[in-house]
Design a protein around this ligand. Structure first.
Ligand code: HEC
Length: 143
């Protein structure tokens, strides 16, 4: 009887885990968690410098390394929040522009911003799957 009990517990455990995974997928929180992990570099990102295909070390290309305010003042790179990305504003001397998911993902891959201005070389060029880029965008939209 004890063994049967254990088996049922195991079955119940698996069913509960599956249900919570389904719930996470349905409300998009799985994506948000993946996006957060990518932003903080807990999940490795593949990137290189513009014009140089040699891969950069994963520890050097975490978004948070550069896109964060520090106690010492302004961050080295622009903020990445829903407001900063989606509000019309002039970037790098270009006309006022705003990002959507597609413009964001293409900029990460080709270093050309939403106004067709090329990023400085310090902003790495990323090789990201479409779903990872969507997860990153979804996470930033909560910031
Ligand atoms: C090594 C530093 C560095 C890292 C790492 C980095 N960035 Fe950047 N990023 C920059 C700099 C510098 C700029 C400003 C480029 C310019 O003005 O030409 C920038 C600009 C951007 C912009 C343009 C913002 C705007 O308002 O036009 C986006 C979007 C962006 N980065 C996203 C990311 C994401 C997402 C990651 C991680 C996947 C990342 N960056 C990692 C340095 C970095």
């Amino acid at each position: 009887m004890r063994r049967a009990n254990g088996a049922w517990r195991a079955v119940l455990g698996v069913a509960l885990a599956a249900a919570s995974m389904l719930a996470a997928a349905a409300d998009g929180s799985g994506d948000l968690e993946r996006g957060r992990a990518l932003f903080y570099g807990e999940t490795d990102l593949a990137a290189h410098l513009r014009g140089d295909p040699a891969p950069l070390p994963a520890s050097a290309v975490r978004c948070i390394n550069c896109h964060a305010k520090t106690s010492r003042g302004e961050a080295f790179a622009p903020p990445l929040t829903s407001d900063s990305l989606r509000t019309l504003s002039p970037r790098r001397g270009g006309p006022p522009t705003a990002y959507d998911r597609d413009a964001f993902c293409s900029a990460l891959g080709n270093s050309i911003d939403v106004a067709n201005v090329v990023f400085v070389k310090a902003m790495p060029q990323y090789v990201l799957s479409d779903s990872d880029c969507s997860a990153l965008w979804a996470y930033l939209m909560t910031q």
